[in-house]
Ligand binder design. Structure first.
Ligand code: HEC
Length: 257
């Protein structure tokens, strides 16, 4: 009888394990299926705990992106708190197009005009890093190249046919695509090389893009740091609670056995 029960318990454990493996496999496949590009992406390597990098990213975003892109779930005063900025720093360095610190980040350009000019409305950036992944955003920003046939004069290796112009051209300079014929004789971009110099060195520009990507990751989950601190407290509570519970159990059962 005891043996039978043990066997049953064993089998149940086995089922749970197989189930767990199946669920994780399904999740893994699903995450792959929704990948935004087939390209092998370079790692962004950003660190959302690096406040300095987030501060630079915020400045980059407000100077180079917020003309077209909103981040409508992000309030300026939340930014100031999380990025350790004083109200003066906030107002003077980030709030170019807002009056009150409780306002959210709006694009300077009206969405209708932007949609007409670019053919596509520039998407809101609040959740972009979560939707596409930070590696994607990083690679997208690094991968504009000259294409005389495009209305913006550039195309993008990560998002071919994009209507976003190469807004960072002054910093990065322009790039040429290196083409290769695929098996059907169609040209395929296999790499990029500098065509002209920008005001930044390659490393400086890379850092600029990493910081910007980092900021986009932070705004896509501003509660992240709070959640992690909270997680530690919850774990500590559980440990203390477990100690008390096991002492209590000993106390209660001591006369029974
Ligand atoms: C001049 C306007 C303009 C500026 C400035 C601009 N963008 Fe865009 N961006 C666009 C438009 C238009 C699209 C839509 C492109 C498309 O879907 O083809 C876009 C799309 C994107 C996307 C989504 C790509 C995708 O896969 O759908 C990301 C990410 C992005 N922009 C990041 C940025 C960042 C970061 C900056 C600042 C460094 C920036 N953009 C500055 C116009 C702009």
């Amino acid at each position: 009888m005891v043996e039978k029960m043990a066997a049953k318990k064993d089998r149940r454990g086995w089922f749970i394990m197989v189930g767990a493996v199946r669920i994780s496999a399904a999740l893994f496949i699903a995450s792959g299926a929704f990948a935004a590009t087939d390209l092998e992406l370079e790692r962004a390597g950003n660190d959302p705990d690096n406040i300095k990098s987030l501060q630079s990213g915020a400045r980059n975003f407000m100077n180079y992106c917020a003309g077209c892109h909103s981040a409508k779930y992000v309030r300026f005063n939340t930014l100031a708190r999380d990025l350790e900025l004083s109200e003066d720093q906030l107002v003077n360095n980030l709030m170019f197009n807002a009056e009150k610190t409780f306002e959210t980040i709006q694009a300077t350009m009206p969405l209708d005009d932007a949609a007409r000019w670019f053919g596509q409305p520039p998407p809101d950036m609040s959740l972009m890093a979560r939707a596409r992944g930070t590696d994607y955003v990083y690679n997208f920003l690094m991968s504009f190249y000259i294409d005389p046939e495009s209305p913006t004069g550039v195309d993008n290796r990560v998002l071919p046919g994009t209507s976003m112009p190469h807004v960072l051209w002054e910093l990065q300079g322009y790039q040429n695509a290196i083409f290769h014929e695929d098996e059907n004789g169609n040209p395929e971009v296999v790499g990029l090389e500098p065509a002209s110099k920008g005001t930044m060195t390659e490393d400086e520009f890379r850092e600029f893009v990493v910081d910007t990507t980092n900021f986009l990751e932070y705004i896509s989950e501003p509660i992240r740091s709070t959640r992690r601190v909270l997680g530690v407290w919850v774990l500590m509570f559980l440990i203390v609670f477990w100690i008390i519970a096991s002492m209590l159990k000993k106390q209660i059962w001591k006369d029974v056995t």
